[in-house]
Design a protein around this ligand. Structure first.
Ligand code: NOJ
Length: 555
């Protein structure tokens, strides 16, 4: 049954409520605004929303510094507004995933305040302390260049506390049974309010051992099983989508050999090599990354993505590959961040070139896994590099050419809307793009519609067809007596190519074009011959369009 494991073939759309739509006119988006935009999301065809943190927070890291896990930040509305929103989503068949940020709290969280004030408080042990400054305090920073240390002295506590991220994000002592129990309670709370899963922040750090003597944290993978068990018992279709930028050899530890740990993980390995392939027109490292991340339990799924709310982290590329990507997509220092990444949005990185944007999206939608798209990318929204660190790619959604892009009626939105220039709301907005059949918005809607009719990608087994030309990627998926095949040309130049589909049976002779009218029939040599234009892509169904009649019920 397809629907039971819904995340195997979902279309996930990630957004932050504060930048989506402001219904109450205070200059910041809120749940009432978001609920009114559900029809837009439904029309676009997304099947799940991933909401960035919206709980009460001092907002020093865009909400990734939570000060009350059981509330909605007043600027976004009330718990009542939240439930209205999840209800509206459910009515439209859209599932809601929320961020679960439990590696650390805000330093304004009452637990931390209590912990630093009173050494005998039960909350003292909920954090990680050291009387002396650990020798390795200036190592392991996640935000190099901005963050100076991982251990900061607290005058009130008269001790150093550990923080993997910024100093206002003290790490929770996640090995502590009471902290673990609290994490489950938080999940249970939000499930009750209508959510279907959690994007778990910083998973390797959540499960890593912590302490002044810990130089090399040891992962406590069993914790992942207990999170999953809890979810499954409470609500069978609830999932965890893990943020874990780890090496392929540890993937199975996160998924669990029996598929008993994380349901989904973001595929950072493929993401970084994908950008290299786009920059260098060389698909070989991407193919390697796809193959390295192929093993996974049948019930697990990759979350594939292009850009998200953070920098494009290129830390897993070689120095030379990274420089190639920097040169192509982020040549200026102001575009780079944390000595490892690019902080721009997708469209400006690709020079606003529609052919390249479509190529990138076509790839995203055909990579093995479930695509995760970022709000505004369906319009080709830009960035505002004058905003600091990652904020440049977190500007409000551009709805129309009305003041502030139709995001708010307030004179001064808290987050500035991109205005003027090629990416200004005056030109780039949903209202204009809705009217033009060829707009990126309508293209995205159509490609999503087609993607939903190709369950082979989410469920099937993939094979990369070997090509001599490394600018070309040909992938085939097989599932239930059906195959689909995708061709992508990463080069600006057209290429003449030939390949055999490798599909079993006689079906391989015919390729039916799913997005256009040029179908392909194999030549006498059994190969398909085609000329693919610069940055071109093709989606084919192998055999005829009687595929649904041919589909088997299992296998
Ligand atoms: C990862 C999140 O994606 C990022 O935005 C945040 O700053 C850190 N985790 C800390 O929560």
């Amino acid at each position: 049954m397809i629907s039971d494991l819904w995340y195997k073939n979902a279309i996930i759309y990630c957004l932050s409520v504060g930048t989506y739509m402001d219904a109450n006119g205070d200059g910041v988006g809120d749940f009432r605004g978001l609920a009114r935009r559900l029809d837009y999301l439904h029309g676009l065809g997304v099947t799940a929303i991933w909401l960035m943190p919206f709980q009460t927070s001092p907002h020093r890291d865009d909400g990734y510094d939570v000060s009350d896990y059981y509330s909605v930040d007043p600027r976004y509305g009330t718990l009542g507004d939240f439930v209205d929103f999840t209800h509206g989503a459910k009515q439209r068949g859209i599932r809601v995933l929320i961020d679960l940020v439990v590696n650390h709290t805000s330093d304004q969280h009452p637990w931390f305040k209590e912990a630093r004030r009173d050494p005998d408080s039960k909350y003292r042990d909920w954090y990680v302390w050291s009387k002396k400054k650990p020798g390795h305090a200036n190592t392991g920073m996640v935000f190099p260049g901005v963050q100076k240390t991982t251990w900061t002295y607290d005058d009130q506590a008269r001790a150093y506390y550990f923080h993997r991220f910024y100093e206002f994000q003290p790490d929770l002592n996640t090995s502590h049974p009471e902290v673990q129990a609290e994490i489950l309670k938080i999940m249970g709370f939000w499930i009750q309010l209508g959510v279907c899963g959690f994007r778990m922040d910083a998973v390797p750090f959540v499960i890593g051992t912590k302490g002044p003597k810990v130089r090399k944290p040891k992962e406590q993978y069993d914790m992942l099983r207990s999170f999953r068990e809890f979810l499954q018992w409470r609500q069978g279709d609830c999932i965890v989508l893990a943020e874990a930028n780890v090496l392929p050899e540890t993937d199975m530890e996160y998924f669990g050999d029996d598929g008993d740990r994380m349901h989904m993980m973001f595929n950072f390995q493929v993401n970084q090599h994908l950008f290299y392939a786009l920059a260098a027109a060389d698909t070989r490292p991407l193919v390697k990354a796809m193959k390295a991340t192929k093993p996974r339990p049948a019930t697990a799924q990759w979350g594939q993505f292009l850009r998200n709310h953070d920098e494009l982290d290129l830390g897993r590329l070689t120095q030379e590959q990274r420089q190639t990507v920097f040169r192509a997509f982020g040549p200026e220092e102001s575009m780079q961040l944390y000595e490892r990444g690019i902080r721009r949005r997708l469209a400006p990185m690709l020079g606003g070139d529609r052919r390249r944007i479509e190529l990138a999206y076509s790839l995203l939608f055909t990579l093995p896994g479930t695509p995760v798209i970022r709000y505004g990318d369906e319009l080709g929204m830009g960035d505002e590099l004058s905003l600091k660190e990652r904020n440049c790619a977190r500007t409000p959604m551009q709805w129309s050419d009305e003041p502030h892009g139709g995001f708010t009626k307030h004179d001064k939105p808290v987050y500035p809307v991109i205005s003027a220039g090629p990416y200004g709301f005056e030109h780039v907005n949903a209202a204009i793009q809705r009217r033009h059949p060829d707009s990126l918005l309508n293209w995205t809607e159509r490609i999503i519609r087609m993607r939903k009719e190709v369950p082979e990608i989410g469920w099937g087994d993939f094979a990369v067809i070997p090509m001599r030309n490394s600018a070309i990627l040909v992938m085939r998926y097989d599932w239930r007596n059906n195959s689909v095949l995708f061709v992508h040309n990463f080069d600006a130049e057209p290429h003449e190519i030939a390949f055999a589909t490798g599909a079993e049976g006689e079906h391989g002779d015919v390729l039916v074009n799913l997005l256009g009218t040029e179908h392909s029939k194999a030549g006498d040599d059994g190969k398909h011959h085609l000329v693919i234009e610069g940055y071109g892509y093709r989606w084919y169904r192998v055999g005829g369009l009687d595929y649904l009649l041919r589909r088997t019920d299992i296998g």
